[in-house]
Ligand binder design. Structure first.
Ligand SMILES: [Zn+2]
Length: 174
C-alpha cells in the first residue's frame, strides 16, 4: 500500500530502525478495512504487550477481534535445533534446513548449486539472544490471550502434517 503509513514504515526500515508500533497497527487497520476484514492471519505481530494492547483496541474498534491466537509451543532444545539448522541461498533465496529440507545438488537455476549462507540471527549466539528476548517480551502474551479465551495451544514439535491438523482443528472447532 502506498500510504503515508507505508512510507513511514519504509523510512524507519531504511534507517535500520524498528517500525513504531502505532505505524504497524495503522497499516494493519488500513488492510483490514479493505477486503481482508472477514479473514485475516497475522504472523510475527504482536510481539510485546504494548503491541497486543494497541492491536486489541484497534480490532475492537473495527469489530473484527482476533478469534483465535495460535501458540506453536516447541521445547527449547528443539527450537535451537530448528533455528540453528537453517541456511539460505545467496543467489536464489531458497531456504534449506539441515534436518527438514536437506540441500539437493543442482537446485540453483539451471544445474548450478545453491550458494549457502546463514543469516546472522540464525547463528547460535544470536539464537540464544532471540530466545531471551522472546521470554522477556513475547511470552507474557500467552497469559494475555489465555485470559481472553482466545489462546489455542498447538504442539509445534510434532511433524508438519500433525501441526497442520491441530491448527485446522483449533480454528474450525472440528
Ligand atoms: Zn540457489
Amino acid at each position: 500500500m502506498g500510504s503515508a503509513l507505508g512510507l513511514e514504515a519504509k523510512r524507519a526500515m531504511d534507517a535500520g530502525e524498528l517500525v513504531p508500533d502505532e505505524v504497524v497497527v495503522g497499516m494493519i487497520r488500513d488492510r483490514l478495512t479493505g477486503d481482508a476484514a472477514q479473514n485475516y492471519l497475522l504472523d510475527g505481530f504482536p510481539r510485546t504487550l504494548p503491541q497486543a494492547e494497541a492491536l486489541d483496541a484497534m480490532l475492537a474498534q473495527l469489530g473484527a477481534p482476533a478469534e483465535h491466537v495460535l501458540l506453536l509451543a516447541v521445547p527449547r532444545d528443539e527450537l535451537i535445533r530448528r533455528l540453528g539448522g537453517r541456511w539460505l541461498c545467496k543467489r536464489c533465496g531458497r531456504s534449506w534446513h539441515e534436518v527438514f529440507a536437506p540441500v539437493q545438488p543442482g537446485m540453483c537455476g539451471k544445474g548450478g548449486d545453491c550458494e549457502l549462507y546463514q543469516r546472522d540471527d540464525d547463528r547460535s549466539e544470536a539464537v540464544q539472544k532471540r530466545l531471551e528476548v522472546y521470554e522477556q517480551q513475547t511470552a507474557p502474551l500467552i497469559d494475555f490471550y489465555r485470559a481472553r479465551g482466545t489462546l489455542r495451544e498447538i504442539q509445534g514439535e510434532l511433524a508438519q502434517d500433525e501441526v497442520y491438523e491441530q491448527i485446522t482443528q483449533a480454528i474450525t472447532g472440528a
